[in-house]
Design a protein around this ligand. Structure first.
Ligand code: CTP
Length: 423
């Protein structure tokens, strides 16, 4: 797994930094090409020369070196790596990267990278257990960073506790796993509906709406980026599908409902499609002809299935008798008036977990535009999100989903442990 990979080994200022030449050697032995980035504080514990000798590559350290910046050093370093290992990752470094700071070469390239990150924390046990560090570690895990260690033992300060950097073999094993695939939603199945539906009136005419599919497609892409296995069920759109998803194209609401059921069970369902509420009771086989002046045809409509409500209340049937409800069912509320009130009503009526309420009045340019502004309405309250690009919104939603699933699984594990304790 490590053979032929470009590994960036970022070393920050903890005593465990003295072990990094050994780590670089082990990575090289496994076939990786190792480039070290040494923070100023890291350089207090390990020499640049030692790392250069072992890795066989120059060691980067000075963020503002003119030659490096001439080649946009931090950007190309971040882009060329297959994996970035931060070892040791101090409490200070974890805090900085959790908050997107870019104050030295290590934090700058971590902010600039889109590649998997493996963190090997090392610090005093009290720092590790401090709620600030706990929160930072959680934030980074939700964003997809992998963690290895720390482990219990004697610490540099002489105290005993959880805080030693993981052993070299364990870091190597974690690096292999992180390369295999990273992302907090790895193993999670998601079904997303997107775009409008077209309901035929006759062979040449149909009922449609202004949905572009931009928001639903962006959500499918953002979930896939966090590692989820995504089925995107899309009505007719003119936009390219995101990468790494399974696309199912449909036209009508009935087809969308069937495709959702065919997608099989899912952990997450996001109904972003603007599904037509009605279709023709009797679609005409031939084009409806103009009649005598002053006579207009009467179109008789019938109700379409409510896909979101079906998934939230019955589940995804998959053609089997047992229907399974996804753990998290999320819908949108496209409103032109009484936004929050209508969204709350929809949340209750459809039985879903979250509703993203958006104002789709013409002046907001939400339908078809690149930006969106939503209120996240749940049973516990309303969160107003700022207006942002639909891709950014999708990323924020995907991170919130990952965060919630992580909390749910923690709760389930805690429950399991306490049940075991009792038994
Ligand atoms: N939805 C659905 N199936 C339908 C209608 C809507 O799955 N037949 C989903 C949409 O994907 C969206 C949510 O329900 O997530 C709300 O859609 P919206 O158009 O805002 O509301 P409607 O339920 O259609 O109600 P109304 O038109 O009265 O606002």
């Amino acid at each position: 797994m490590l053979n032929g990979k470009n590994i960036l080994l970022a070393i920050t200022g903890g005593i465990a930094a003295y072990k990094t030449p050994e780590l670089a050697r082990a990575l090289k032995k496994a076939g990786a090409d190792v480039t070290c980035v040494l923070s100023q504080n890291g350089a207090q514990f390990v020499s640049e020369l030692a790392l250069q000798s072992v890795s066989g590559n120059r060691v980067y350290g000075d963020l503002f070196s003119l030659t490096d910046e001439h080649e946009m050093g931090h950007i190309s370093l971040a882009r060329n790596a297959d994996l970035i290992i931060v070892a040791p990752a101090t409490a200070n470094t974890l805090a900085k990267i959790a908050h997107g700071e870019a104050t030295n070469m290590v934090t700058t390239l971590l902010l600039a990278t889109t590649k998997p990150i493996l963190l090997a924390p090392a610090m005093n046990w009290a720092m590790w257990e401090n709620p600030a560090t706990v929160e930072n570690v959680k934030t980074l895990s939700v964003r997809g960073a992998s963690m290895v260690g720390p482990v219990a033992g004697e610490l540099a300060c002489g105290e005993e506790g959880m805080g030693r950097m993981a052993d070299i073999e364990d870091i190597l094993e974690a690096a292999e796993m992180a390369l295999e695939l990273s992302g907090p939603l790895k193993g999670v199945l998601a079904t997303v509906t997107s775009g409008p539906t077209h309901e035929p009136i006759d062979p040449v005419r149909y009922i449609a709406n202004r949905s572009s599919g931009k928001q639903g497609h962006a959500i499918a892409g953002a979930l896939a980026e966090l590692g989820a296995e995504v089925t995107l069920i899309s009505g007719p759109t003119n936009i390219a599908p995101p990468e790494n998803i399974t696309l199912v194209n449909v036209i009508t609401a009935n087809e969308m409902m069937a495709a959702v059921n065919n997608s099989g069970c899912a952990d997450i369902f996001v109904g972003a499609a603007a599904v037509s509420d009605w279709r023709m009771a009797d679609t005409k086989k031939q084009k409806i002809k103009k009649q005598s002046p002053g006579t207009v045809p009467e179109l008789k409509l019938t109700e379409n299935p409510d896909i979101l409500k079906t998934v939230a209340t019955i589940g995804i049937s998959g053609g089997l008798s047992n229907s399974a409800r996804p753990q998290l069912v999320i819908g949108f509320a496209a409103e032109t008036e009484n936004l929050i009130e209508n969204a709350r009503r929809k949340l209750a009526a459809k039985g879903c977990d979250w509703i993203l309420a958006n104002d789709v009045s013409n002046e907001t340019d939400t339908f078809g535009g690149d930006d969106n502004q939503v209120h996240l309405v749940t049973r516990s309250g309303v969160e107003e999100w700022p207006r942002m690009n639909k891709r950014q919104l999708a990323k924020k939603l995907a991170e919130k989903i990952a965060d919630t699933l992580l909390d749910n699984s923690r709760l389930a594990n805690a429950h399991l442990t306490s049940t075991k304790d009792v038994s």
